[in-house]
Write a protein that binds this ligand. Structure first.
Ligand code: IPM
Ligand code: MG
Length: 366
C-alpha cells in the first residue's frame, strides 16, 4: 500500500534543507520499495504570499490526506509587518492545532564525532541521549483569552492565558511515560508549580500517572532549575516532559548541547501515529540562499517519519547510520565545523548522505 507524504518546504532555508531531505527520502524509497508518494504544498510566508493566508485550506486538506508531513521551517523578516494572526508562525501553529499534533518529540543526541562542536566540555556532553517530550497544542501558546488591550490610562497591555486541563496533561504524560519505558525508564516532569496554577495541576496529574508505570522513575523539576541542570549535567536526564512554552525553550537549550541546533530533528504526533516532521531550528533568514544551512536535522526528521508514521523503522536506522558515517568522514556544514574537518555546502551534505545510503545497499547486496 502506498504512503503519502506532504512536503511543505516553508520559507528561507526551508526549501534548501527540504530539498536535501527529499533526496534522501527518495533514495531510501527506491532502495527499499517503500511506495512513498510525495505531494507538495505551501505553509508560512510562502503561503501568505500566494494565498494571503499562512495556513490555507488547501494545505490543511492535503495534510489531512497524508500519512505524514515533512516541513522545513517558516518565517522571516519579510513578513514581520503582518499582525500576529497572519504571521508565518501562526500558520505553523494552526496546522499543529488543526491536526491535533499534541506530542512533540525532540531527541537531543550527541554524535561523538561532534563533541568538539558543543560549547560545553566534551566530558559533559559525550554520549548524551535525551528526549524532550513537549506538549504542542495547548498551554500559553493557545490559551484564551489573549490579546493586546488599552488600559484606562491609555497604556497598552498584552495578555495571555496559561492553562492545561487534566485530559491534555494525561495524553502527553502517556506519550512521555511510554517513551521512558522503551528507553532508560527515567522521566523528569518540568513545571513551575511554585508559582503557576496551571502547572500545579500538571504536576498532580503526572504524579498520579506514575502508579501506572511502576518501572519508571519519575522526578519533578522547576523549569528554572531544569534549564540550569541541562547545561550543568545534561546526562542526568533520560526523558523530559513539559508544556508548550517550557518545551520550546528547553529544547533549544538541549539542541546546543549536541553541537548545533542544525542537528536536532523533531516529530509532532497525533493520537493515531500520523505526524509532522521538522527540524527544531527556524528558517534562518540570515543565511538563506547561501547554500550553507545544515540539512541534517531535516534528514534526521525523515528518519523519525519512517519510524513513527510510515512503519519503516529499519529504513530510519539506515538513514541515521548514513548520517553518522558522513560525520565520520569529517564532512561538516559551517554550524558544526571545527578545525581539521571539511566544510561542505548544504547540497554536498545531502549528496554525501545519499552516497552513504547507496554504499550501505551495495555492501548489503554484495
Ligand atoms: C519551534 C519554534 C516555533 C514554536 C515557532 C516558529 C512558532 O520555535 O518549533 O520550536 O515556538 O513552537
Ligand atoms: Mg522553538
Amino acid at each position: 500500500m502506498s504512503k503519502r507524504v506532504l512536503v511543505l518546504p516553508g520559507d528561507n532555508i526551508g526549501s534548501e534543507i527540504v530539498a536535501e531531505a527529499v533526496k534522501v527520502l527518495e533514495a531510501i524509497n527506491r532502495q527499499r520499495d517503500l511506495a512513498i508518494q510525495l505531494n507538495w504544498g505551501v505553509l508560512g510566508g510562502a503561503a501568505l504570499d500566494t494565498y494571503g493566508n499562512p495556513c490555507p485550506q488547501e494545505t490543511l486538506d492535503s495534510a489531512r490526506d497524508a500519512d505524514a508531513i515533512l516541513l522545513g521551517a517558516v518565517g522571516g523578516p519579510q513578513w514581520d509587518h503582518y499582525g500576529r494572526e497572519l504571521r508565518p508562525e501562526s500558520g505553523l501553529l494552526r496546522i499543529r492545532s488543526e491536526l491535533e499534533l499534541f506530542a512533540n518529540l525532540r531527541p537531543a543526541i550527541m554524535y561523538p564525532q561532534l563533541a568538539g562542536a558543543s560549547s560545553l566540555k566534551p566530558e559533559v556532553v559525550a554520549g548524551l541521549d535525551i528526549l524532550i517530550v513537549r506538549e504542542l497544542v495547548g498551554g500559553i501558546y493557545f490559551g484564551e483569552p489573549r490579546g493586546i488591550r488599552t488600559l484606562d490610562n491609555g497604556e497598552r497591555e498584552g495578555y495571555n492565558t496559561y492553562k492545561y486541563s487534566e485530559s491534555e496533561i494525561r495524553r502527553i504524560g502517556k506519550v512521555a511515560f511510554e517513551a521512558a519505558m522503551v528507553r532508560d525508564k527515567r522521566l523528569c516532569s518540568v513545571d513551575k508549580s511554585n508559582v503557576l496554577e496551571a502547572t500545579i495541576v500538571w504536576k498532580d496529574v503526572i504524579s498520579e500517572m506514575a502508579s501506572d508505570y511502576p518501572e519508571v522513575e519519575l522526578s519533578h523539576l522547576y523549569v528554572d532549575n531544569a534549564a540550569m541542570q541541562l547545561v550543568r549535567q545534561p546526562k542526568q536526564f533520560d526523558v523530559l516532559v513539559t508544556g508548550n512554552m517550557f518545551g520550546d525553550i528547553l529544547s533549544d537549550t538541549a539542541a546546543m548541547l549536541t553541537g548545533s541546533i542544525g542537528m536536532l530533528p523533531s516529530a509532532s504526533l497525533d493520537q493515531y501515529g500520523g505526524g509532522m516532521y521538522e527540524p527544531c531550528h527556524g528558517s534562518a533568514p540570515d543565511i538563506a540562499g547561501q547554500g550553507i544551512a545544515n540539512p541534517l536535522a531535516t534528514i534526521l526528521s525523515v528518519a523519525m517519519m519512517l519510524r513513527y508514521s510510515l512503519g519503516s523503522p529499519d529504513a530510519a536506522v539506515i538513514i541515521e547510520h548514513a548520517v553518522s558515517r558522513v560525520l565520520d568522514r569529517g564532512l561538516r556544514t559551517t554550524d558544526i565545523y571545527t578545525p581539521g574537518t571539511e566544510q561542505v555546502s548544504t547540497i554536498a551534505m545531502g549528496d554525501a548522505v545519499v552516497a552513504e545510503l547507496q554504499a550501505a545497499e551495495l555492501s548489503m547486496n554484495g
